[in-house]
Design a binder for this molecule. Structure first.
Ligand SMILES: *Cc1c(COP(=O)(O)O)cnc(C)c1O
Length: 465
């Protein structure tokens, strides 16, 4: 297996280098070439594997330079912190199957990828006798998932910037109550955009970046997509037989396009077993506009009750473009530069038709999100979080346009992370899982700093590993 860039200007590299590189050096995104596929015999052989067992079988097809025995240990370590051995259990709720992706340490689906990425970084740094200072900005979920992925790991320190007073209380506590000494939370006196701009500016200072071994855990790292492919295959295997033998449809609450892109690759890996992917968006609907109108155009971010999907420019979209353009890196380069200049990409009739074969899509507003949480609760007793509710509402609207077969809705966060929205819908706060109980009483650690690059850099210099 080799990895290439969507922009075609780097020599192919191996898996380990792809993980350490993150963004390709030519500014593109890394992709496996070719995408592997498995036959129905193999799929049958996988049927009874545990989640970690299946994770090894699926991911080893994309990895050429880490031994199975090492990788098996990394997987086991990554998922031992989940509260169920199934890792991503499926529950039936009315007409739908809910694939629960929130059983990790921070109760959101990003744990599935970031727990593994933490193990991978730790292993690769040890192997190279190297170290890394991870720097990131968060508006909520990613920060805590990244922290839990690397807390207590040797050779890694992590610095997370978040806007002081502008993330939810639970989200802030999930970051600041982690006691491990390699974790540095920075409450920035500014907005999330300030945090992001500072991080970007620091990464652009190449000499500083090199000197302090700065690394990133953002959603374009190939290992994050790879880890997410597994649960699509897992759901197909769990439902095959019970729910008929036809293809299975998935509804995916989408922001940066990482989760649904993993579903797209899973569809190629286990051909014929995944039907349609529903690309569900909130009011930030640039991707829905792409599927329905054939136009991908930047606009202002609208804050919603599903904040982890409040994204306009989807960082993984370029990966899909590469396939939509028949693997022609020159066309990807043209499209991305036209997007950078004009804020927009237009697609031909043929490309639009292909996009609509790959995805169904709808944008769900906050009123429908709330009423979906309420209705599903009334009908089945199941409590959805507002992100997962966007996916269920989209499935409800589009079910008649899908190929026949079960619909799996991805539940991307535990409802207890969003008590306000949930209580607006069902009149009470969701029950807190064990992990959150008493979180307000734990010691909390963070440093308040002004939204100033030099102040942040100074802090990193003092605390870097
Ligand atoms: C990140 C996130 C999403 C969106 O996933 P993408 O891979 O960015 O499309 C949806 N729901 C929750 C709860 C998230 O944290």
């Amino acid at each position: 297996m080799r990895y290439i860039s969507t922009r075609g200007k780097i020599d192919p590299i191996g898996f380990k280098e792809a993980v350490m590189m993150g963004l390709a050096l030519d500014g593109g995104l890394l992709l496996p070439d070719p995408i592997p596929s498995v036959d129905s015999f193999t799929l049958r052989r996988w049927k009874d594997l545990s989640y970690p067992g299946l994770a090894l079988e699926v991911m080893r097809l994309f990895i050429n330079d880490i031994s199975d025995s090492v990788f098996k240990t990394l997987i086991q370590d990554a998922y031992s912190s989940f509260d169920t051995p199934e890792v991503t259990p499926i529950v039936r709720s009315g007409d739908y199957y809910i694939l629960e992706l929130f059983h990790g340490p921070t109760l959101a689906f990003k744990d599935i990828a970031l727990q593994l990425l933490g193990e991978l970084f730790s292993y690769l740094l040890k192997e190279k006798h190297s170290k890394m200072n991870i720097l990131g900005a968060t508006s909520g979920d990613t920060g805590s998932a990244a922290i839990y992925g690397v807390k207590g790991k040797e050779n890694i320190n992590i610095f997370i910037l978040y806007p002081e007073g502008r993330v939810s209380e639970v989200q802030a506590l999930q970051m600041t109550t982690v006691p491990e000494e390699n974790v540095f939370n920075i409450a920035v006196q500014g907005t999330f955009d300030d945090c992001q701009a500072i991080v970007k500016a620091i990464f652009n200072q190449l000499e500083f970046k090199r000197q302090y071994h700065l690394g990133s855990v953002n959603s374009i790292n190939w290992a994050r997509v790879l880890a997410q492919i597994v649960y699509y295959v897992y759901a197909v295997l769990r439902l095959k037989g019970d729910a008929g033998d036809g293809p299975i449809n998935f509804s995916v609450p989408t922001g940066n396009f990482g989760d649904i892109f993993a579903g797209y690759i899973a569809g190629k890996l286990i051909q014929g077993n995944i039907g349609r992917l529903i690309l569900a968006t909130n009011e930030n609907d640039i991707l829905t506009q792409f599927v329905l109108q054939g136009r991908y155009a930047r606009s202002q971010v609208i804050p919603t009750i599903s904040p982890s999907m409040d994204i306009q420019v989807a960082s993984n979209f370029e990966r899909y473009l590469y396939y939509l353009y028949n693997q022609d890196p020159e066309r990807v380069r043209e499209a991305m530069s036209s997007f950078a200049e004009e804020g927009e990409i237009q697609f031909s009739q043929e490309e639009q038709a292909q996009a609509r074969r790959d995805f169904a899509s709808v944008s769900i507003d906050q009123a429908i999100t709330i009423s979906t949480i309420r209705e599903i609760y009334r009908e089945t007793g199941y409590v959805l979080d507002p992100h997962s509710a966007v996916g269920v509402a989209a499935a409800e609207m589009l079910r008649h346009d899908l190929p026949e077969g079960p619909i799996v809705c991805l539940a991307t966060a535990h409802p207890a992370k969003f008590p306000e929205a949930v209580s607006r819908a069902i009149g009470r706060e969701p029950e807190r899982p064990e992990r959150l109980r008493g979180i307000e009483d734990r010691p909390s650690r963070y440093k308040v700093l002004p939204a100033d690059i030099d102040a942040i850099k100074g802090y990193i210099v003092r605390h870097a590993i």
